[in-house]
Design a binder for this molecule. Structure first.
Ligand code: ADP
Ligand code: UDP
Length: 237
């Protein structure tokens, strides 16, 4: 299944990254692992890896048709995808349309409060520190990106929010918030990497406001795979 020769370069909480015979390509293998609260809560959920792989690939391909550069190259199997190798920024770019999760807790906001304009946050991708929220000056001080790169990341994340927000609205789903990771390709171009899935986005059914994302695991609501299957059906039709 995997192109050979290949070897495991990195195993994260949700995915494994393999090197391939092509030095510009990686193979991503999605695991059936769920984790939350900085790895404190963990479980194996059979079928989740394949759902995230397929959902992310549909969404990355949709974004590509809209002019966004992504790392997606080819779906190889239910859980494996060939991607462009990127040098990742140690940054998570979060965009929020409605209050939920950490911002609701941190600022004392009621879950579901709509923001007049999207709220963009940067977090320092560092497991040992719990991926802390940082501002642009922190990112510059830590040399995580240049000023111009931060501006590009912000603009891309807001453009992706407009695209995905409208896309999901047309499918009866509210895009509450999401996290993106970007990197640079061999030409130095900034490209969307990692994944875009119900593990990394909050999705609510627009009619029932039922949660269709990893909050089902975070909040012990059950029915995670059914919720992810609902999202897959919507993005694949
Ligand atoms: P984590 O590292 O947070 O546990 P994952 O299990 O999802 O997360 O691991 C995937 C890792 O691969 C992340 O560190 C992510 O930044 C990195 N990554 C994602 N896409 C690419 C890519 N195209 N090139 C290089 N690294 C990537
Ligand atoms: N998110 C993510 N990975 C992280 C942190 C956040 O994918 O390491 C996503 C999360 O799924 C949600 C959005 O980013 O869609 C905002 O997350 P929040 O800060 O509310 O995090 P929480 O503490 O709830 O995980």
């Amino acid at each position: 299944m995997l192109e050979s020769p290949c070897h495991l370069l990195y195993e994260g909480k949700a995915k494994k990254i393999y090197a391939t015979s092509n030095p510009q390509h990686y193979i991503v293998d999605y695991k059936d692992a769920a984790s939350a609260f900085n790895g404190l809560k963990k479980a194996t959920i059979e079928g989740k890896g394949a759902l995230n792989n397929r959902i992310s690939n549909y969404l990355m391909q949709y974004l590509q048709t809209q002019g966004i550069s992504t790392h997606f190259l080819q779906e190889l199997s239910p859980t494996q995808t060939r991607v462009k190798k990127l040098t990742m920024f140690a940054l998570e770019v979060i965009v929020r349309n409605l209050a939920a999760g950490s911002i609701a807790k941190r600022l004392g906001l009621q879950e579901g409060l709509p923001f007049e304009t999207p709220v963009l946050e940067f977090c320092y991708k560092n497991d040992a520190l719990g991926d802390p929220l940082i501002n642009d000056d922190h990112a510059l001080a830590l040399k995580l990106a240049s000023h111009a790169e931060l501006q590009t990341l912000r603009a891309l994340a807001l453009q992706i929010n407009d695209l995905l927000g409208a896309y999901f609205k047309s499918k009866g789903v509210i895009l509450v918030d999401f996290k993106l990771e970007f990197g640079k390709d061999a030409q130095g171009q900034i490209v969307l990497g990692d994944e875009v899935s119900p593990d990394t986005c909050r999705f609510w059914d627009a009619t029932t406001r039922q949660k269709l994302d990893k909050d089902r695991f975070r909040e012990d609501l059950g029915g995670l795979c059914q919720a992810y299957e609902t999202i897959l059906q919507k993005v694949s039709h």
